[in-house]
Design a protein around this ligand. Structure first.
Ligand code: C5P
Length: 399
């Protein structure tokens, strides 16, 4: 979705300016046209040659730089932009933007653009906390600027504190979210579940499964990038939280059920990519169970089926991880759980299903249509699943 988007990346005079090179690189690799504007202070921290080489595009450093193809008409960058991002943004640029000052190319571009503007502040804690900076940020927020971060951590002064440039994943995630605003899921609320639930045996041990959560996280990110409001209900897994998504962390199937029931009250679709435990100990021991030579027998029960029991007027999508009779078993689950469609995957293949980045799935719907997709990246599978969700969503009434 970043492919062929035109992004103006403004860089200002902060120690964190070197991180702008990584931002420019990731955006360029994702297919965006990145037009960099550097303030004269930024040039003290990072060379324009670096940014020019990374983006492969002309770059603007001075308002009246006649060698630049953008300088003749200083609004041309503003007009071409799908988004303007300033990272890092100093207290100085924030103050200038809040006051409407137009004394360099970056300020002029922000004033002239109709595109959304996102800024990632980076400065010393006291400068950031200063009520003047806070007032300026509030003004920009009120004018629909997207403020990313700052984060807390090591600062150039050697101290720890608030004011560090937000993580690059956070910045890129926010750019994706803003660019997705006009997508085909704009205004829709999509609930996604992910990961394998953990059912306690005692305070130390639990029963779980090998779900990595990658499919669910890919779905959440893809839905965000298509403009949806996304709630991700996730069992414990080791992936970083997706940016721009409401994350609810749960442990057990019971907790997942409670969260799903709560958040689907206003949802347009529920996509259950989670590997919910099929069995749980009837009762978890209060104390750690001692090791016994004679072994241990656990009595298990099935937790309630979330998909099959959650009620509401939303699209229901299930996943079926199967090791045999893929279509037959998936069709049965589709009917039993009353789903709009089910995404079945054969977990016996080493490049599909649990843990890996790819998946080979078959989508089966209520009309009996069976769509066997080739081996795809999980993100690509997510897009195909969401295409089907979009098809099922009520169409806006034409006047
Ligand atoms: O475990 P099973 O193969 O039945 O899972 C199929 C689908 O049902 C999955 O989408 C899973 O998330 C969902 N499920 C559920 N509640 C359970 C078990 C599974 O919603 N207790």
């Amino acid at each position: 979705m970043l492919s062929n988007k035109t992004i103006v990346l403004g860089i200002t005079g902060s120690i964190a300016a070197y991180k702008a090179a990584e931002i420019a690189s990731q955006l360029t690799q994702a297919g965006a046209n990145v037009n960099v504007i550097m303030t004269k202070e930024a040039i003290q921290f990072i060379s324009p040659i670096t940014l020019r080489a990374i983006t492969g595009r002309p770059l603007v450093t001075e308002m009246f730089d006649l060698a630049s193809e953008f300088s003749i008409e200083h609004v041309s960058l503003a007009e071409a932009a799908d988004i303007v991002v300033i990272a890092p943004a100093t207290a100085n640029i924030i103050a200038k933007l809040a006051a409407g000052i137009a004394d360099d190319m970056l300020c002029c571009t922000v004033l002239a653009t109709k595109a959304p503007v996102a800024i990632a502040p980076a400065m010393e804690t006291n400068m950031y906390n200063n009520p003047i900076t806070q007032d300026n940020l509030s003004k920009l927020k009120a004018r629909n600027f997207v403020i990313i971060g700052p984060a807390t951590g090591w600062l150039a002064s050697g101290k720890e504190g608030l004011g560090r440039l937000a993580d690059i994943d956070d910045i890129i995630g926010n750019i994706r979210k803003v660019l997705g605003r006009g997508g085909d899921l704009a205004g829709k609320h999509i609930v996604v579940t992910a990961g394998g639930t953990q059912e306690p045996i005692d305070p130390v041990r639990y029963i779980s499964n090998r779900s990595s959560g990658k499919m669910g996280y890919a779905l959440a990110e893809a839905a965000r990038d298509r403009g949806a409001k996304v709630t991700l209900v996730t069992a414990p897994i080791s992936l970083p939280e997706p940016v721009g998504v409401d994350v609810i962390k749960v442990g057990t199937a019971q907790e997942m059920r409670q969260a799903v029931v709560k958040v689907t009250s206003q949802a347009d679709a529920l996509i259950m990519a989670a590997a919910v435990a099929d069995y749980r100990p009837i009762k978890a021991a209060k104390d750690k169970i001692k090791k016994r030579e004679a072994g241990l027998t656990l009595e298990l029960e099935c937790p309630p089926d979330i998909l099959g029991s959650v009620k509401g007027n939303f699209i229901k999508v299930g996943f079926a991880a199967e090791s045999s009779n893929l279509v037959k078993n998936a069709k049965q689950k589709l009917q039993q759980k009353g789903l709009d469609f089910i995404v079945a995957n054969d977990i016996t293949a080493s490049d599909s299903g649990f843990g890996v980045d790819t998946n080979k799935v078959t989508i089966i719907d209520q009309e009996g249509k069976i769509d066997s997709l080739p081996l795809l990246a999980k993100r690509e599978v997510a897009e195909r699943v969401l295409d089907r969700v979009v098809e099922l969503l009520p169409k806006p009434k034409s006047r």
